[in-house]
Design a protein around this ligand. Sequence first.
Ligand SMILES: NC(=O)c1ccc[n+]([C@@H]2O[C@H](COP(=O)([O-])OP(=O)(O)OC[C@H]3O[C@@H](n4cnc5c(N)ncnc54)[C@H](O)[C@@H]3O)[C@@H](O)[C@H]2O)c1
Length: 321
Amino acid sequence: MKIMVTGGAGFIGSNFIRYLLEKYDDVEIINYDKLTYAGNLNNLRDVEDNRRYNFVRGDICDNELVEKIIKKNEVEQLINFAAESHVDRSITGPEHFVKTDIFGTFTLLDACRKYNVKKYIQISTDEVYGSIEKGSFEETDPLNPSSPYSASKASADMIVNSYYITYGLPVKITRSTNNFGPYQYPEKLIPSFIINALMDKPLPLYGDGLNVRDWLYVEDNCEAIDVVMQKGKNGEVYNIGSGNEKTNIDITKLILKALSKKESLIHYVKDRPGHDRRYSLDVTKIKNLGWKPRHRFEDAMRKTIKWYANNRWWWESIEGK
Ligand SMILES: NC(=O)c1ccc[n+]([C@@H]2O[C@H](COP(=O)([O-])OP(=O)(O)OC[C@H]3O[C@@H](n4cnc5c(N)ncnc54)[C@H](O)[C@@H]3O)[C@@H](O)[C@H]2O)c1
């Protein structure tokens, strides 16, 4: 089975490639990634010599190269993780998000249509639904994104769906909650706070710290994506979440406690514009496919904190850290 993974040098994509290579003997992976600031081949250092793994540096907006790689490798399935993914950066520089997240997705879909790729999986996010005070969003709820990031991802979901309805392209969409785990770029909340705490630097917490996110361990997300690939229905969306709703201040205190650091490292900073208060997903649909998260939140957090503490080489090699 020839599988093209776009954005495979990023956080979730690299964990997913490792997961596929370990689980299936018959998969061959083509990791197609532009290597933006967030792409890092060190994320896959342990699999780079695997004969079933290949890397191609390329932009998902480059239709000629995308088509060439799909054709040459007779790609059967494509999973699109490639995106600009950091909300703060989407506020200061939205054009990259519109380009990669929307136009790049279109480029991939069109190439898949042209070369009859048998499965296209779009990795989307819970952020497309916007904020919810009470209850949880279902897959059929309207999209109401708040940031240029989530709006670009929502637009991409619409285009993906249109390729199913108009051309019958076999597409599926996953929308997961916030992931955490090894190899996450240190601008995101959990790795940045772990690293700052390890270095006794202040932990800059937005607003009152009471924004709520449902935290999903990245390995659980990889399993869920696999379940959707195998058992999901074409043209459908699947929410993925673990039900571990925590405020940012809860997460911050947990990290400090685990590393025996003082709470005086917490530094409250001005909230970001359009900061959604709470995300929450109803995950009945994917549970009906037989998936549930295997990791307890506290255990997965402990493992994650230990990983960053033991793998300084990884984050010290990233510029600015
Ligand atoms: N991290 C999360 O908590 C989370 C939650 C829900 C959904 N998602 C979605 O999952 C996907 C992966 O997220 P992540 O956290 O691993 O992101 P990431 O920022 O760590 O990785 C993104 C990868 O995409 C690559 N990339 C960016 N632009 C590209 C382009 N034009 N062409 C080719 N490659 C390009 C980067 O080099 C990088 O390797 C994204 O689509 C994101 O929207 C992430």
